[in-house]
Design a binder for this molecule. Structure first.
Ligand code: G3P
Ligand code: MG
Length: 245
């Protein structure tokens, strides 16, 4: 394990439209050691990378991802809402991202967005795709839907899972251990030094989200976290370079 994982939240989402191939590629250029992305499923069962359940904010159209076919979705412009320079950017398939990271040491944090929409068979499809691409060691599956992560663990004990949560939990490391999760991905305000230390003593790593301010990053580093999920991987990379000197 690296000293500190720099996990690009939706790719380099401060400088590129989130969850696009441009954002993922740029994040690696900016020093990210990991990429976080959000997985949803089309009406014909394809796994695609978009944060919202609907297309209206970033998907260049109205309607739900679950009601849109993959071919329809691929005609949409997922870039121009961010900046005209990105016009024509597409909503990526999971496989496109797999192709980018395969053979690299990049950590891939796939967040299953199955808390609002219940995508039937999503866990099986994600796991099959990970196995087809031999990415079992590179991937961490996370979700706010902890029941789904337990299901993933039953289907694929070899693939790591991490619990996403917003508010402080009582002994989150005990809860994670019970669910056989390898990681905690708390909202930044839910992190405590005691929990980070206790989690690590149980072999569980802590990666808070979404930390963009250098002072907040420093506070997380001082609390001993093993990774940070950020929109600005370059900012964290330079902070860590200063540390290393
Ligand atoms: O995985 C961390 C973070 O992405 C969770 O929240 O809404 O940005 O997907 P959200
Ligand atoms: Mg996410």
């Amino acid at each position: 394990m690296r000293n500190m994982e720099i996990v690009a939240h939706r790719g380099a989402s401060a400088v590129c439209p989130e969850n696009t191939m441009s954002a993922f590629e740029r994040s690696l250029e900016l020093g990210a050691t990991g990429i976080e992305t959000d997985v949803q499923m089309t009406s014909d069962g394809r796994l695609v990378l978009i944060h919202d359940e609907t297309l209206s904010r970033t998907g260049g159209a109205e309607g739900w991802v679950k009601d849109t076919t993959y071919d329809q979705l691929r005609t949409r412009d997922a870039g121009s809402w961010f900046h005209a320079d990105f016009t024509g950017e597409r909503i990526p398939s999971l496989e496109e991202l797999f192709k980018l990271v395969q053979g690299k040491g990049t950590l891939l944090n796939l967040e299953l967005k199955n808390g609002i929409v219940s995508y039937k068979g999503m866990e099986e499809k994600v796991i099959q795709a990970i196995r087809d691409w031999n990415l079992e060691k590179q991937v961490v599956l996370s979700s706010f839907n902890h029941a789904s992560l337990v299901r993933c663990k039953r289907l694929a004990p070899e693939i790591r899972t991490a619990l996403l949560y917003m508010e402080k939990l009582y002994r989150p490391y005990d809860y994670a251990a019970k669910l056989e999760a390898s990681g905690l991905h708390p909202y930044k305000l839910a992190v405590t030094q005691e929990d980070v230390a206790a989690a690590l003593a149980h072999g569980i790593v802590t990666y808070p989200f979404t930390v963009n301010d250098p002072a907040e990053m420093q506070a997380m580093i001082d609390m001993g976290v093993q990774g940070i999920i950020t929109d600005v991987p370059d900012v964290l990379a330079s902070l860590l370079t200063v540390h290393a000197r």
